[in-house]
Design a protein around this ligand. Structure first.
Ligand code: FAD
Length: 416
Protein backbone atom coordinates (compact mmCIF):
# COMPACT_ATOMS: atom_id res chain seq x y z
CA UNK A 1 0.00 0.00 0.00
CA UNK A 2 1.38 3.46 -0.88
CA UNK A 3 2.55 5.71 1.96
CA UNK A 4 -0.01 8.29 3.09
CA UNK A 5 0.60 12.06 3.13
CA UNK A 6 1.82 13.37 6.52
CA UNK A 7 -1.47 15.09 7.42
CA UNK A 8 -3.62 12.15 6.29
CA UNK A 9 -6.26 10.87 8.71
CA UNK A 10 -6.34 7.36 10.12
CA UNK A 11 -9.65 5.79 11.12
CA UNK A 12 -10.18 2.45 12.84
CA UNK A 13 -13.46 0.53 12.91
CA UNK A 14 -14.92 -2.86 13.70
CA UNK A 15 -16.57 -3.08 10.27
CA UNK A 16 -15.48 -1.15 7.18
CA UNK A 17 -18.02 -1.11 4.36
CA UNK A 18 -16.82 0.00 0.94
CA UNK A 19 -19.78 1.18 -1.15
CA UNK A 20 -23.14 2.39 0.22
CA UNK A 21 -25.63 1.47 -2.49
CA UNK A 22 -28.14 -1.39 -2.18
CA UNK A 23 -25.66 -3.86 -0.67
CA UNK A 24 -23.70 -1.48 1.57
CA UNK A 25 -26.62 0.37 3.15
CA UNK A 26 -28.54 -2.85 3.78
CA UNK A 27 -25.50 -4.31 5.50
CA UNK A 28 -25.47 -1.36 7.91
CA UNK A 29 -29.20 -1.81 8.51
CA UNK A 30 -28.75 -5.53 9.21
CA UNK A 31 -25.76 -5.01 11.54
CA UNK A 32 -27.83 -2.58 13.58
CA UNK A 33 -30.91 -4.73 13.56
CA UNK A 34 -29.02 -7.81 14.71
CA UNK A 35 -26.78 -6.08 17.27
CA UNK A 36 -29.12 -3.29 18.38
CA UNK A 37 -27.98 -3.37 22.01
CA UNK A 38 -24.28 -3.12 21.21
CA UNK A 39 -23.70 -2.28 17.57
CA UNK A 40 -20.18 -2.55 16.20
CA UNK A 41 -18.29 0.56 15.19
CA UNK A 42 -19.06 0.85 11.49
CA UNK A 43 -17.42 3.07 8.89
CA UNK A 44 -19.02 3.29 5.44
CA UNK A 45 -17.29 4.90 2.47
CA UNK A 46 -18.88 6.00 -0.79
CA UNK A 47 -18.23 8.78 -3.27
CA UNK A 48 -21.91 9.72 -3.13
CA UNK A 49 -23.92 10.80 -0.09
CA UNK A 50 -27.25 10.05 -1.76
CA UNK A 51 -28.40 7.26 -4.03
CA UNK A 52 -31.04 7.57 -6.73
CA UNK A 53 -33.44 4.63 -6.83
CA UNK A 54 -32.20 2.57 -9.78
CA UNK A 55 -35.30 0.41 -10.42
CA UNK A 56 -37.16 3.57 -11.48
CA UNK A 57 -34.21 5.22 -13.21
CA UNK A 58 -35.98 5.45 -16.58
CA UNK A 59 -38.87 7.28 -14.94
CA UNK A 60 -36.47 9.61 -13.16
CA UNK A 61 -34.81 10.34 -16.50
CA UNK A 62 -37.96 11.52 -18.24
CA UNK A 63 -39.66 12.99 -15.18
CA UNK A 64 -42.55 10.54 -14.95
CA UNK A 65 -41.64 10.54 -11.28
CA UNK A 66 -40.23 13.49 -9.36
CA UNK A 67 -36.46 12.77 -9.04
CA UNK A 68 -36.40 14.46 -5.61
CA UNK A 69 -38.72 11.75 -4.23
CA UNK A 70 -36.47 8.97 -5.51
CA UNK A 71 -33.25 9.78 -3.66
CA UNK A 72 -32.17 7.71 -0.69
CA UNK A 73 -30.37 9.93 1.80
CA UNK A 74 -27.82 7.26 2.54
CA UNK A 75 -25.23 9.30 4.43
CA UNK A 76 -27.85 11.01 6.59
CA UNK A 77 -29.32 7.61 7.52
CA UNK A 78 -25.92 6.20 8.48
CA UNK A 79 -24.90 9.34 10.36
CA UNK A 80 -28.06 9.02 12.46
CA UNK A 81 -27.06 5.57 13.77
CA UNK A 82 -25.04 5.10 16.95
CA UNK A 83 -21.39 4.09 16.36
CA UNK A 84 -21.79 4.44 12.59
CA UNK A 85 -19.93 6.91 10.42
CA UNK A 86 -20.26 7.83 6.76
CA UNK A 87 -17.12 9.00 4.97
CA UNK A 88 -17.60 10.56 1.56
CA UNK A 89 -14.60 9.92 -0.65
CA UNK A 90 -13.05 8.13 -3.56
CA UNK A 91 -11.53 4.81 -2.55
CA UNK A 92 -8.26 4.50 -4.43
CA UNK A 93 -6.60 1.50 -2.80
CA UNK A 94 -7.80 -1.55 -0.92
CA UNK A 95 -5.61 -4.00 0.97
CA UNK A 96 -8.15 -6.78 1.40
CA UNK A 97 -5.88 -9.12 3.35
CA UNK A 98 -4.85 -6.22 5.61
CA UNK A 99 -8.52 -5.10 5.85
CA UNK A 100 -7.65 -1.52 4.99
CA UNK A 101 -8.62 1.09 2.43
CA UNK A 102 -7.11 4.38 1.36
CA UNK A 103 -9.11 7.32 0.03
CA UNK A 104 -8.01 9.90 -2.53
CA UNK A 105 -7.33 12.45 0.25
CA UNK A 106 -4.95 9.99 1.94
CA UNK A 107 -7.36 8.91 4.70
CA UNK A 108 -6.53 5.35 5.73
CA UNK A 109 -9.26 3.23 7.28
CA UNK A 110 -8.63 -0.11 8.93
CA UNK A 111 -11.10 -2.56 10.44
CA UNK A 112 -11.44 -6.00 11.87
CA UNK A 113 -14.04 -6.91 9.24
CA UNK A 114 -13.89 -5.59 5.68
CA UNK A 115 -16.92 -5.72 3.35
CA UNK A 116 -16.47 -4.85 -0.31
CA UNK A 117 -19.74 -3.65 -1.88
CA UNK A 118 -18.35 -1.61 -4.76
CA UNK A 119 -20.96 -2.79 -7.24
CA UNK A 120 -20.85 -2.45 -10.98
CA UNK A 121 -20.73 0.11 -13.75
CA UNK A 122 -22.99 0.34 -16.77
CA UNK A 123 -20.38 0.76 -19.47
CA UNK A 124 -20.00 -0.50 -23.06
CA UNK A 125 -17.19 -2.94 -23.74
CA UNK A 126 -14.06 -1.08 -24.86
CA UNK A 127 -13.94 -3.29 -27.98
CA UNK A 128 -16.73 -1.33 -29.77
CA UNK A 129 -15.10 1.43 -31.87
CA UNK A 130 -16.58 4.76 -30.84
CA UNK A 131 -18.24 3.08 -27.85
CA UNK A 132 -17.28 6.02 -25.65
CA UNK A 133 -19.92 8.05 -27.53
CA UNK A 134 -22.64 5.93 -25.94
CA UNK A 135 -24.33 7.40 -22.90
CA UNK A 136 -25.76 5.44 -19.97
CA UNK A 137 -28.05 6.00 -17.00
CA UNK A 138 -26.68 4.35 -13.89
CA UNK A 139 -24.36 6.73 -12.02
CA UNK A 140 -25.55 10.24 -11.10
CA UNK A 141 -23.04 11.69 -13.56
CA UNK A 142 -24.23 9.43 -16.39
CA UNK A 143 -27.85 10.22 -15.71
CA UNK A 144 -27.21 13.97 -15.68
CA UNK A 145 -25.22 13.79 -18.94
CA UNK A 146 -27.93 11.76 -20.68
CA UNK A 147 -30.66 14.10 -19.46
CA UNK A 148 -28.70 17.07 -20.75
CA UNK A 149 -28.08 15.45 -24.15
CA UNK A 150 -31.76 14.59 -24.55
CA UNK A 151 -32.71 18.14 -23.58
CA UNK A 152 -30.33 19.54 -26.22
CA UNK A 153 -31.59 17.25 -28.99
CA UNK A 154 -35.31 17.57 -28.20
CA UNK A 155 -35.27 21.30 -27.37
CA UNK A 156 -37.61 22.11 -30.24
CA UNK A 157 -41.15 20.82 -30.78
CA UNK A 158 -40.38 19.44 -34.24
CA UNK A 159 -37.33 17.46 -33.09
CA UNK A 160 -38.00 13.79 -33.69
CA UNK A 161 -34.43 12.55 -33.98
CA UNK A 162 -33.69 8.95 -33.14
CA UNK A 163 -32.56 7.55 -29.79
CA UNK A 164 -30.95 4.14 -30.14
CA UNK A 165 -31.09 2.06 -26.97
CA UNK A 166 -28.51 -0.73 -27.08
CA UNK A 167 -29.37 -3.85 -25.11
CA UNK A 168 -32.50 -5.98 -25.05
CA UNK A 169 -32.44 -6.85 -21.35
CA UNK A 170 -34.89 -5.52 -18.77
CA UNK A 171 -33.13 -2.14 -18.45
CA UNK A 172 -33.06 -1.59 -22.23
CA UNK A 173 -36.74 -2.50 -22.67
CA UNK A 174 -37.74 -0.27 -19.75
CA UNK A 175 -35.80 2.70 -21.06
CA UNK A 176 -37.03 2.28 -24.66
CA UNK A 177 -40.63 1.99 -23.43
CA UNK A 178 -40.40 5.05 -21.20
CA UNK A 179 -38.90 7.18 -23.99
CA UNK A 180 -41.47 5.98 -26.53
CA UNK A 181 -44.36 6.63 -24.16
CA UNK A 182 -43.50 10.35 -24.21
CA UNK A 183 -45.31 10.55 -27.55
CA UNK A 184 -48.64 9.97 -25.81
CA UNK A 185 -47.95 12.36 -22.94
CA UNK A 186 -49.16 15.93 -22.83
CA UNK A 187 -46.51 16.96 -20.29
CA UNK A 188 -43.04 16.19 -21.51
CA UNK A 189 -39.58 17.06 -20.21
CA UNK A 190 -38.65 18.37 -23.69
CA UNK A 191 -40.83 19.72 -26.50
CA UNK A 192 -39.60 17.15 -29.07
CA UNK A 193 -40.53 13.46 -29.08
CA UNK A 194 -37.80 10.87 -29.67
CA UNK A 195 -38.10 8.14 -32.28
CA UNK A 196 -36.84 5.08 -30.45
CA UNK A 197 -34.96 2.06 -31.76
CA UNK A 198 -34.11 -0.82 -29.45
CA UNK A 199 -31.19 -2.92 -30.61
CA UNK A 200 -30.64 -6.40 -29.14
CA UNK A 201 -27.93 -8.85 -30.19
CA UNK A 202 -30.11 -11.75 -29.00
CA UNK A 203 -32.98 -13.21 -31.03
CA UNK A 204 -35.51 -12.22 -28.37
CA UNK A 205 -35.95 -9.56 -25.73
CA UNK A 206 -35.28 -10.14 -22.02
CA UNK A 207 -33.50 -13.45 -22.60
CA UNK A 208 -33.10 -14.08 -18.84
CA UNK A 209 -36.89 -14.49 -18.60
CA UNK A 210 -39.25 -17.00 -20.21
CA UNK A 211 -39.52 -16.72 -24.04
CA UNK A 212 -43.20 -15.68 -23.72
CA UNK A 213 -42.06 -12.56 -21.88
CA UNK A 214 -39.78 -11.59 -24.75
CA UNK A 215 -42.64 -11.93 -27.24
CA UNK A 216 -45.02 -9.87 -25.10
CA UNK A 217 -42.41 -7.23 -24.32
CA UNK A 218 -41.66 -6.82 -28.00
CA UNK A 219 -45.37 -6.50 -28.87
CA UNK A 220 -45.91 -3.88 -26.13
CA UNK A 221 -42.93 -1.83 -27.31
CA UNK A 222 -43.82 -2.03 -31.01
CA UNK A 223 -47.36 -0.95 -30.18
CA UNK A 224 -45.90 2.21 -28.62
CA UNK A 225 -43.82 2.94 -31.69
CA UNK A 226 -40.48 1.39 -30.75
CA UNK A 227 -38.51 0.04 -33.70
CA UNK A 228 -37.18 -3.27 -32.26
CA UNK A 229 -34.14 -4.81 -33.99
CA UNK A 230 -33.36 -8.32 -32.81
CA UNK A 231 -30.19 -10.23 -33.69
CA UNK A 232 -28.49 -6.90 -34.33
CA UNK A 233 -25.05 -6.15 -32.87
CA UNK A 234 -23.65 -2.64 -32.60
CA UNK A 235 -20.21 -2.81 -34.21
CA UNK A 236 -19.35 0.90 -34.28
CA UNK A 237 -20.66 4.22 -33.06
CA UNK A 238 -19.96 7.35 -35.06
CA UNK A 239 -21.05 10.92 -34.45
CA UNK A 240 -24.74 10.80 -35.40
CA UNK A 241 -25.02 7.11 -36.33
CA UNK A 242 -24.52 3.53 -35.24
CA UNK A 243 -23.37 0.67 -37.42
CA UNK A 244 -25.18 -2.61 -36.88
CA UNK A 245 -24.26 -6.15 -37.93
CA UNK A 246 -27.46 -8.08 -38.71
CA UNK A 247 -27.31 -11.61 -40.11
CA UNK A 248 -24.00 -11.06 -41.89
CA UNK A 249 -24.84 -7.67 -43.38
CA UNK A 250 -24.09 -4.17 -42.13
CA UNK A 251 -26.62 -1.39 -41.64
CA UNK A 252 -26.05 2.25 -40.73
CA UNK A 253 -28.71 3.84 -38.56
CA UNK A 254 -28.96 7.59 -37.87
CA UNK A 255 -28.85 8.18 -34.13
CA UNK A 256 -28.80 11.51 -32.33
CA UNK A 257 -28.40 9.76 -28.98
CA UNK A 258 -27.09 6.25 -28.32
CA UNK A 259 -27.63 4.74 -24.88
CA UNK A 260 -25.84 1.65 -23.63
CA UNK A 261 -27.86 -0.72 -21.44
CA UNK A 262 -26.26 -3.88 -22.79
CA UNK A 263 -24.43 -5.13 -19.72
CA UNK A 264 -22.60 -4.21 -16.57
CA UNK A 265 -18.94 -4.54 -15.64
CA UNK A 266 -17.26 -4.64 -12.23
CA UNK A 267 -16.48 -1.28 -10.60
CA UNK A 268 -13.02 -0.30 -11.90
CA UNK A 269 -11.32 -0.62 -8.50
CA UNK A 270 -12.21 -4.33 -8.38
CA UNK A 271 -9.48 -5.09 -10.94
CA UNK A 272 -6.83 -3.88 -8.47
CA UNK A 273 -8.01 -5.86 -5.43
CA UNK A 274 -5.88 -8.60 -3.88
CA UNK A 275 -8.75 -11.12 -4.05
CA UNK A 276 -9.70 -13.91 -6.45
CA UNK A 277 -11.74 -12.89 -9.49
CA UNK A 278 -13.78 -14.78 -12.06
CA UNK A 279 -12.56 -14.74 -15.69
CA UNK A 280 -14.98 -11.86 -16.34
CA UNK A 281 -13.38 -9.84 -13.52
CA UNK A 282 -16.03 -10.17 -10.79
CA UNK A 283 -14.95 -10.82 -7.18
CA UNK A 284 -15.13 -14.56 -6.57
CA UNK A 285 -16.61 -15.34 -3.16
CA UNK A 286 -17.51 -18.59 -1.47
CA UNK A 287 -21.07 -19.46 -0.38
CA UNK A 288 -20.46 -17.61 2.92
CA UNK A 289 -19.64 -14.51 0.81
CA UNK A 290 -16.07 -14.52 2.10
CA UNK A 291 -13.31 -13.51 -0.28
CA UNK A 292 -11.02 -16.07 1.34
CA UNK A 293 -13.49 -18.84 2.19
CA UNK A 294 -11.01 -21.49 3.29
CA UNK A 295 -7.61 -19.93 3.94
CA UNK A 296 -6.46 -16.38 4.66
CA UNK A 297 -8.31 -13.78 6.71
CA UNK A 298 -11.84 -14.98 7.46
CA UNK A 299 -13.10 -11.42 8.01
CA UNK A 300 -13.09 -10.25 4.39
CA UNK A 301 -16.48 -10.30 2.65
CA UNK A 302 -17.90 -9.00 -0.59
CA UNK A 303 -21.51 -8.75 -1.72
CA UNK A 304 -23.86 -7.20 -4.25
CA UNK A 305 -23.31 -6.72 -7.97
CA UNK A 306 -19.52 -6.92 -7.61
CA UNK A 307 -19.51 -10.62 -6.70
CA UNK A 308 -20.12 -14.00 -8.21
CA UNK A 309 -20.65 -16.85 -5.77
CA UNK A 310 -18.59 -19.95 -6.50
CA UNK A 311 -19.50 -23.18 -4.79
CA UNK A 312 -20.57 -26.74 -5.53
CA UNK A 313 -20.62 -27.15 -9.30
CA UNK A 314 -19.44 -23.64 -10.13
CA UNK A 315 -20.89 -20.16 -10.38
CA UNK A 316 -24.27 -19.65 -8.71
CA UNK A 317 -27.17 -18.10 -10.59
CA UNK A 318 -27.30 -14.78 -8.77
CA UNK A 319 -29.48 -12.02 -10.20
CA UNK A 320 -27.39 -8.83 -9.96
CA UNK A 321 -30.53 -7.12 -8.77
CA UNK A 322 -31.39 -5.05 -5.73
CA UNK A 323 -33.15 -7.88 -3.91
CA UNK A 324 -30.09 -10.10 -4.28
CA UNK A 325 -28.01 -7.35 -2.61
CA UNK A 326 -30.43 -7.34 0.32
CA UNK A 327 -30.32 -11.12 0.71
CA UNK A 328 -26.53 -11.14 0.54
CA UNK A 329 -26.15 -8.24 2.98
CA UNK A 330 -28.17 -10.21 5.55
CA UNK A 331 -25.77 -13.15 5.27
CA UNK A 332 -22.71 -10.92 5.52
CA UNK A 333 -24.10 -9.10 8.58
CA UNK A 334 -24.79 -12.38 10.32
CA UNK A 335 -21.33 -13.74 9.53
CA UNK A 336 -19.52 -10.50 10.35
CA UNK A 337 -21.16 -10.33 13.78
CA UNK A 338 -20.32 -13.99 14.40
CA UNK A 339 -16.66 -13.31 13.65
CA UNK A 340 -16.61 -10.15 15.78
CA UNK A 341 -17.94 -12.21 18.69
CA UNK A 342 -15.11 -14.69 18.45
CA UNK A 343 -12.01 -14.27 20.56
CA UNK A 344 -8.80 -13.14 18.84
CA UNK A 345 -7.16 -16.57 18.87
CA UNK A 346 -10.01 -17.95 16.72
CA UNK A 347 -9.44 -15.21 14.14
CA UNK A 348 -8.49 -17.55 11.35
CA UNK A 349 -11.36 -19.97 11.95
CA UNK A 350 -13.55 -20.12 8.85
CA UNK A 351 -16.03 -22.63 10.23
CA UNK A 352 -19.57 -22.18 11.44
CA UNK A 353 -20.55 -19.31 9.11
CA UNK A 354 -23.84 -19.13 7.23
CA UNK A 355 -24.07 -19.67 3.48
CA UNK A 356 -25.97 -17.51 1.02
CA UNK A 357 -28.93 -19.31 -0.57
CA UNK A 358 -29.52 -19.16 -4.32
CA UNK A 359 -33.13 -18.36 -5.25
CA UNK A 360 -33.36 -19.01 -8.98
CA UNK A 361 -37.11 -18.21 -9.21
CA UNK A 362 -38.24 -14.72 -8.40
CA UNK A 363 -40.99 -12.40 -9.60
CA UNK A 364 -40.07 -9.55 -11.92
CA UNK A 365 -41.95 -6.43 -12.88
CA UNK A 366 -41.02 -5.13 -16.31
CA UNK A 367 -42.22 -1.60 -17.12
CA UNK A 368 -42.64 -0.90 -20.81
CA UNK A 369 -43.74 2.72 -20.99
CA UNK A 370 -47.53 2.73 -20.73
CA UNK A 371 -47.52 -1.08 -20.48
CA UNK A 372 -46.08 -3.41 -17.83
CA UNK A 373 -45.58 -7.10 -17.33
CA UNK A 374 -45.44 -8.99 -14.07
CA UNK A 375 -43.48 -12.19 -14.54
CA UNK A 376 -42.98 -15.32 -12.47
CA UNK A 377 -41.39 -18.19 -14.39
CA UNK A 378 -43.61 -18.78 -17.43
CA UNK A 379 -46.47 -16.77 -15.92
CA UNK A 380 -46.64 -13.35 -17.49
CA UNK A 381 -49.47 -10.94 -16.74
CA UNK A 382 -50.02 -7.48 -18.23
CA UNK A 383 -51.19 -5.32 -15.32
CA UNK A 384 -49.90 -1.87 -16.11
CA UNK A 385 -51.29 0.41 -13.43
CA UNK A 386 -50.86 -2.18 -10.66
CA UNK A 387 -47.23 -2.69 -11.57
CA UNK A 388 -46.55 1.05 -11.73
CA UNK A 389 -48.26 1.61 -8.38
CA UNK A 390 -46.55 -1.45 -6.86
CA UNK A 391 -43.06 -0.35 -7.91
CA UNK A 392 -43.57 3.08 -6.37
CA UNK A 393 -44.89 1.46 -3.20
CA UNK A 394 -41.84 -0.83 -3.16
CA UNK A 395 -39.56 2.20 -3.41
CA UNK A 396 -41.31 3.89 -0.48
CA UNK A 397 -41.01 0.68 1.56
CA UNK A 398 -37.34 0.50 0.68
CA UNK A 399 -36.72 4.11 1.73
CA UNK A 400 -38.68 3.58 4.97
CA UNK A 401 -36.16 0.92 5.92
CA UNK A 402 -33.43 3.57 6.18
CA UNK A 403 -35.06 6.49 8.00
CA UNK A 404 -33.27 9.76 8.52
CA UNK A 405 -33.77 10.56 12.18
CA UNK A 406 -32.44 14.07 12.66
CA UNK A 407 -31.79 16.18 9.62
CA UNK A 408 -31.11 19.87 10.16
CA UNK A 409 -30.54 20.56 6.43
CA UNK A 410 -32.81 19.15 3.72
CA UNK A 411 -30.96 17.74 0.76
CA UNK A 412 -30.72 20.06 -2.19
CA UNK A 413 -28.66 17.75 -4.35
CA UNK A 414 -29.65 18.20 -7.99
CA UNK A 415 -28.13 14.88 -8.88
CA UNK A 416 -30.36 12.06 -10.01
C1 FAD B 1 -30.42 0.86 -15.36
C2 FAD B 1 -30.57 -0.11 -14.24
C3 FAD B 1 -31.84 -0.47 -13.82
C4 FAD B 1 -32.00 -1.40 -12.80
N1 FAD B 1 -33.25 -1.76 -12.42
C5 FAD B 1 -33.42 -2.65 -11.43
C6 FAD B 1 -34.72 -3.03 -11.01
O1 FAD B 1 -35.71 -2.58 -11.57
N2 FAD B 1 -34.83 -3.92 -10.00
C7 FAD B 1 -33.74 -4.45 -9.38
O2 FAD B 1 -33.90 -5.23 -8.45
N3 FAD B 1 -32.49 -4.13 -9.76
C8 FAD B 1 -32.30 -3.24 -10.77
N4 FAD B 1 -31.05 -2.91 -11.17
C9 FAD B 1 -29.91 -3.59 -10.55
C10 FAD B 1 -29.53 -2.93 -9.22
O3 FAD B 1 -29.54 -1.55 -9.39
C11 FAD B 1 -28.16 -3.43 -8.80
O4 FAD B 1 -28.25 -4.82 -8.57
C12 FAD B 1 -27.70 -2.71 -7.53
O5 FAD B 1 -27.56 -1.33 -7.77
C13 FAD B 1 -26.36 -3.26 -7.06
O6 FAD B 1 -26.08 -2.66 -5.85
P1 FAD B 1 -24.61 -2.69 -5.24
O7 FAD B 1 -24.73 -2.11 -3.88
O8 FAD B 1 -24.00 -4.02 -5.37
O9 FAD B 1 -23.73 -1.75 -6.19
P2 FAD B 1 -23.98 -0.43 -6.98
O10 FAD B 1 -25.41 -0.02 -6.97
O11 FAD B 1 -23.29 -0.60 -8.27
O12 FAD B 1 -23.21 0.66 -6.11
C14 FAD B 1 -21.85 0.62 -5.84
C15 FAD B 1 -21.52 1.76 -4.90
O13 FAD B 1 -20.12 1.79 -4.69
C16 FAD B 1 -19.65 3.11 -4.84
N5 FAD B 1 -18.28 3.05 -5.35
C17 FAD B 1 -17.80 2.24 -6.32
N6 FAD B 1 -16.49 2.44 -6.50
C18 FAD B 1 -16.13 3.41 -5.60
C19 FAD B 1 -14.89 4.05 -5.29
N7 FAD B 1 -13.75 3.74 -5.92
N8 FAD B 1 -14.90 5.00 -4.33
C20 FAD B 1 -16.05 5.33 -3.68
N9 FAD B 1 -17.23 4.75 -3.92
C21 FAD B 1 -17.26 3.80 -4.87
C22 FAD B 1 -20.58 3.77 -5.82
O14 FAD B 1 -20.62 5.18 -5.65
C23 FAD B 1 -21.92 3.13 -5.49
O15 FAD B 1 -22.63 3.85 -4.54
C24 FAD B 1 -30.86 -1.98 -12.18
C25 FAD B 1 -29.58 -1.59 -12.59
C26 FAD B 1 -29.43 -0.66 -13.60
C27 FAD B 1 -28.05 -0.28 -14.03
Amino acid sequence: MSSAPENAKAIAADVLVLGASFAGVELVYQLHRRAAAKPPKIVVVDRDREHGYLPLVQERLVGTIDPATTLLRTAAYIEGLPRARFVQGEIVEVDARGRAAVLADGTRITARVLVIALGSVLAPPPSIPGGERMLAHKSPQQLAALRQRLAEVYASADADARVVVVGGGISGCELAGELASLAARTERPWPGVPKVTLVASTDRLVPILHPRVGVRAKAALVEQGVDVRLGARVVAVEGGAVELAIAGRRERLDAAVVVWTGGIAPAPLVAALDVDRTPAGWIAVGPTLQCFPTRGPAEVFACGDAVRVLGGDGEWPTMQRAIECIWQAKVVARNALALLDRSDERDADHTGLHPHRPRPQFAYGVSLGARSLVVYGWLCVGVSWINRWFRRWLMRQYFARYPVVASPVASTSPRG
